[in-house]
Design a protein around this ligand. Structure first.
Ligand code: DDQ
Ligand code: CA
Length: 251
């Protein structure tokens, strides 16, 4: 009796409130290069910037939203696997998966200007102010100084007290860190102050990946936020479509 009562009390306390799961509505569909193994995505001044992975197919590119056409592009050397990207000042910064090395490009020409090094894997990047947030497949997001690219902090990400693994593509949206979870249909909404997942976005049904050539690898990956027009874009690796979606709160 007492046990049942305490479980009921715990379940109703705000500390143990279930994490809300948001749904989605598609607002717009745009073409996406189905050869692009999307590893990084952000929106800036009317264009998408995208990083693609895979050895021999890694690139950084500027893409027209409406047509999905690549308007500017820079290829990486064949053995390099491109990962997350972010813009800072007149630079574009890109991670690589297992090369422990990032590239800094001129944002306007997409010409590489220098390299930098870091330990561990590189998965995704996003930015807020002069801080970069970096995922590496672990439940820890690194906080980097955007100027020096040195690590200045760590955010340990948990949901209901459990570490969240496979945090992949990132986006800073209205004070929260959005991270899609590799090989899942979910985006975590993370409170950057605590690392707590304060919401999930369930994107099941957005695209039937079982119809893609490599269903295990061609997963949801890519979140971009147009803060000015409050548009949220999502896509995936080798997806033929990039979606603008609206979040639907749980009832
Ligand atoms: N990452 O996105 C999790 C950071 C990297 C995923 C790399 C997946 C490689 C798949 C290779 C498939 C070869 C057909
Ligand atoms: Ca992003």
């Amino acid at each position: 009796m007492l046990a049942v009562l305490s479980i009921l009390l715990l379940a109703s306390s705000p500390l143990y409130a279930a994490i809300p799961v948001y749904g989605f509505k598609v607002v717009h569909r745009y073409p996406h290069d189905s050869n692009a193994f999307t590893e990084g995505l952000f929106y800036r001044d009317g264009f998408l910037y995208e990083s693609t992975g895979m050895e021999g197919a890694s690139s950084v590119r500027k893409v027209a939203l409406r047509s999905g056409k690549v308007v500017q592009q820079s290829w990486l050397p064949p053995k390099i696997f491109g990962e997350g990207i972010v813009a800072w000042k007149d630079r574009l910064i890109q991670l690589t998966w297992r090369q422990h090395m990032g590239l800094v490009y001129d944002l306007h020409t997409l010409k590489p200007v220098r390299l930098f090094r870091y330990p561990g894997e590189g998965w995704a990047l996003t930015r807020h102010g002069d801080r970069l947030y970096m995922s590496d497949g672990t439940p820890n997001l690194r906080v980097l100084d955007a100027d020096t690219l040195r690590q200045i902090g760590t955010i340990h990400v948990t949901a209901d007290g459990q570490p969240v693994h496979n945090l992949n593509e990132l986006e800073w949206v209205d004070g929260q860190l959005f991270a899609n979870i590799w090989q899942s249909t979910r985006i975590a909404r993370i409170d950057p102050a605590t690392g707590h997942v304060v919401g999930w976005i369930e994107l099941k049904g957005l695209l039937d990946v079982s119809k893609l050539p490599n269903p295990e690898d061609d997963v949801l990956n890519g979140i971009a936020w147009d803060a000015e027009h409050r548009r949220l874009f999502v896509t995936g690796k080798c997806w033929p479509t990039l979606f603008q979606i609206r979040l639907v709160p749980p009832r």
